[in-house]
Write a protein that binds this ligand. Structure first.
Ligand code: HPA
Length: 370
């Protein structure tokens, strides 16, 4: 097997120069660099990253822990992480902690024992042990999708660096886009709008529930607690919750679902009960997915920038690795509104049918609340 010394000899340079070309640690003249790359190619040299890690204490690997990897939302996040990591020369170690606090703490330990340079984690609803472990071991970490607003792990008071965030975090806007779904339904004349919300304790659930309430206030609709039910982020419990909503003496005429899995659960309940969308129940969903426009009617939905969330998490982590003392930050990405027909609107022609960018303050259509 060819060694670095063989490459150096063949290219007529020193071993240090070969190392600089491989690691990008110093600029190398273009023709020298090319000679090294040609020698690597012709000798079939494969760098031994384990040996390199022993010298540099860096593995050029990132640990990724997200639950429900089979959910298309998280699969797309994973694709975004993978592409951005590859571009930066990092490989990934992937784990699915199944939203279980004990499992996620173990996963963090295993990834840390493999000496990943940093981690990207979508924390569970009870991340105390996870956060405690990561802080104790000073693991550079970016929290993804679910954010942690208050310091977990026993710390209180101001952030460590006087910044606005306790942790590096990347998430999508949830509150205003959910409010937008509610005001859209209210503008269509609905007065009883229900919501099947996600797993309690996740920031995404709390923000979407806050958005539901904001939307009701903006549309001057009374809030009936019985119309807000928990789907626990799973399709089976969302099916039950939707069934319970429709069994109320005064059921909702419109429904907002808190994520893609719960949209599926709600649709199952509606089919089982023989109700049709949008005539019996208008439907607006949080989360778009590849086949959402193949349903009949096509699903009106808020689309999260899932791939970009993953890519951005890698960028934030690489910034942290490059500058360990920089202030922590929370990056929030905007969603888009895919206006289709499950809300009860006719097919949107031309520009009106294109996905609409939702600024964090987008509460209602064209700035007015009806
Ligand atoms: N967070 C955000 N969006 C989602 C989730 C989640 O846990 N599950 C499905 N869509």
């Amino acid at each position: 097997m060819a060694t670095m010394a063989d490459v150096a000899r063949s290219a007529g340079v020193s071993v240090a120069t070969v190392s600089h070309v491989l690691n990008g640690t110093r600029p190398v003249l273009p023709h020298t660099r090319q000679a090294v790359l040609d020698a690597i190619d012709s000798l079939g040299y494969t760098p031994n990253t384990l040996a390199r890690s022993l010298v540099t204490s860096r593995t050029r690997s990132i640990g990724l822990a997200v639950s429900a990897i089979s959910n298309p939302y998280f699969t797309e996040i994973l694709q975004g992480v993978e592409a951005a990591a590859l571009e930066a020369g990092y490989s990934l170690l992937i784990a699915d902690p199944h939203d279980d606090p004990e499992h996620e703490r173990k996963v963090a330990q295993l990834l840390h024992e493999r000496r990943v340079d940093g981690m990207i984690v979508a924390p569970s609803a009870r991340p105390h042990d996870l956060v405690g472990y990561l802080r104790r071991h000073a693991v550079p970490t970016v929290f993804l999708d679910r954010v942690i607003d208050t310091p977990a792990g026993g710390d209180e008071g101001a952030t460590p660096d006087g910044g606005t965030s306790w942790y590096d975090q990347v998430c999508a806007e949830s509150t205003a886009p959910t409010a937008r779904l509610v005001t859209h339904l209210a503008a269509l004349g609905h007065r009883r709008i229900g919501m099947v919300a996600g797993m309690p304790g996740l920031s995404t659930t709390e923000e979407r529930v806050a958005g539901y309430r904001d939307g009701l206030v903006a549309a001057a609709l009374a809030h009936d607690e019985r119309l807000l039910v928990s789907g626990d982020s799973e399709s089976a419990s969302a099916e039950q919750a939707t069934t319970a909503l429709l069994a109320l003496p005064d059921p909702p005429t419109a429904l907002v679902t808190g994520n893609n899995a719960m949209t599926i659960g709600a649709l199952r309940a509606l089919r089982r009960l023989g109700r049709s969308v949008p005539d019996d129940l208008a439907l607006c969903c949080f989360d778009d997915f590849a086949w959402a426009d193949l349903f009949s009617p096509r699903l009106t939905a808020v689309a999260q920038p899932s791939r970009e969330l993953g890519a951005q998490a890698v960028r934030v982590l690489l910034d942290r690795l490059g500058e360990p003392r920089r202030p922590a930050r929370t990056v929030r990405l905007a969603c888009t509104f895919a206006h289709r027909t499950s809300c009860g609107c006719p097919e949107q022609p031309g520009a009106a049918g294109r996905p609409e960018h939702l600024e964090p303050s987008t509460l209602s259509e064209k700035g007015t609340v009806s």
